[in-house]
Design a protein around this ligand. Structure first.
Ligand code: 3HC
Length: 284
């Protein structure tokens, strides 16, 4: 299974990060978003990220230009028909993903690999929406995708060895550490990370320390690059809530039961960096 063309669906921070990673690794990338403005905004996001790397002398301006030229944008799902691998990175909602995959099913060939960047949803359920579930697996990047070395490659029971191995090889070719994971909710990282993030909110609410104090403590005490509140804001509070809800529904463990404050902030539209306000204020 040779992969040369990669389609990416979804206009969020993950979609543009994955597009950058794939294009920088030599793949031809087609980015699909429902609205042309968001597809263009994603490409502008990649351009900014590449320009930062040029300023930091990590890449030449010529390399950045070549990478950007490998990315095209579209609003039409049909434009992904000639992709060898399609990665969906849309909102973390099972019904929305199933509807997209049902639509995609009418477009892809019998050999197209379809991967989900889902954080927690069962990949086998997503595979069931396709006529060729053996071509479906999870390829889970971390935020920010260009900077984080890990990719979890999820192996649902339905996937063929050929597809799974091609997905592992793709992640490795992107310069990432590819780790095989079974199709269990939250895979490795989110299943371990989210009880910690949720309990940080509980600790602040209990009055043990302020959010700034907790963030400083976890950076200085554990060597983490960011504290839990800064990380919640980076991941997005809506995504974090969706992840916790799926984990709680799967495991029924109280550590996964989203703190009411998180739910309230999401209802108020305080989603973290992307809305310029979350636990911290990014508007200034
Ligand atoms: N896009 C591209 N590259 C970026 C970037 C971005 N948005 N942000 C940072 N980088 C790169 C920088 O270019 C730099 O690369 P270099 O060392 O080659 O120059 C490197 O990352 C370090 O960046 P900075 O020096 O500017 O900043 P920091 O040292 O503060 O690092 C960070 C920023 C990489 C975000 C770091 O704070 C970090 O690792 N934080 C933890 C992030 C994390 O845990 N992510 C996982 C979240 S969970 C998840 O994604 C799962 C999902 O399912 C929810």
């Amino acid at each position: 299974m040779e992969i040369t063309r990669v389609g990416i669906i979804g206009s969020g921070i993950m979609g543009s990060g994955i597009a950058e990673v794939a294009a920088a690794s030599g793949y031809e990338v087609t980015l699909r978003s429902r609205a042309q403005e968001s597809a263009d905004a994603m490409k502008t996001g990649v351009e900014k990220s590449l320009n930062r790397q040029v300023e930091k002398e990590k890449r030449t301006a010529g390399e950045a230009e070549e990478i950007l030229a490998r990315i095209s944008t579209t609003t039409k799902l049909g434009d992904l028909a000639d992709c060898d691998l399609i990665i969906e990175s849309i909102v973390e909602d099972l019904d929305t993903k199933l509807a997209l995959l049902a639509e995609l099913n009418g477009i892809v060939s019998a050999s197209t690999i379809v991967a989900s960047n889902t954080s927690t949803l069962p990949v086998a359920k997503l595979a069931a929406a396709m006529s060729h579930p053996e071509n479906v697996c999870g390829i889970h990047f971390f935020n920010p995708a260009p900077a984080m070395p890990l990719v979890e490659v999820i192996r649902p029971l339905t996937v063929s060895d050929e597809t799974f191995n091609a997905a592992m090889a793709f992640a490795t070719s992107c310069g990432k550490d590819a780790v095989e994971v079974q199709d269990h909710a939250g895979f490795i990282v989110n299943a371990l990370l989210f009880p910690y993030l949720n309990n940080a909110i509980r600790m602040m609410e209990n009055g043990t320390a302020t959010k700034e104090g907790i963030d400083t403590a976890m950076k200085g005490g554990c060597g983490f690059p960011m504290g839990p509140f800064a990380l919640l804001d980076l991941v997005g509070l809506d995504t974090s809530l969706a992840i916790l809800d799926t984990l709680f529904a799967s495991f029924g463990d109280a550590n996964y039961e989203a703190m009411p404050l998180l739910r309230q902030m999401v209802a108020e539209g305080k989603l973290g960096r992307k809305t310029k306000i979350g636990f911290y204020d990014y508007a200034k």
